[in-house]
Write a protein that binds this ligand. Structure first.
Ligand SMILES: [Zn+2]
Length: 76
């Protein structure tokens, strides 16, 4: 299995998650490490994945094993 380092400055842990941004829908999705680095995606270690936050108005989707169950988008 291919490994890449966490993309955070000063962090030398192994990346375990990939954070992908969808700028059109103002959505950020955290998922298992992707097979290859993609544009607009960031590799993160578990520590930084758990600390990930998104700008106000953005939706952050996390895989369930990482923390709490995903919060469903509020209707209306
Ligand atoms: Zn890290």
């Amino acid at each position: 299995m291919r490994t890449r380092p966490c993309c955070r400055v000063g962090c030398s842990r192994r990346a375990q998650f990939t954070l992908t941004f969808d700028y059109g829908d103002k959505m950020a999705a955290l998922g298992p490490l992707s097979y290859r680095a993609e544009p607009h995606s960031y590799d993160l270690c578990q520590f930084h994945a758990e600390k990930t936050s998104v700008p106000a108005g953005w939706l952050l989707i996390k895989p369930t094993p990482l923390g709490q169950p995903p919060v469903p988008p509020t209707a209306g």
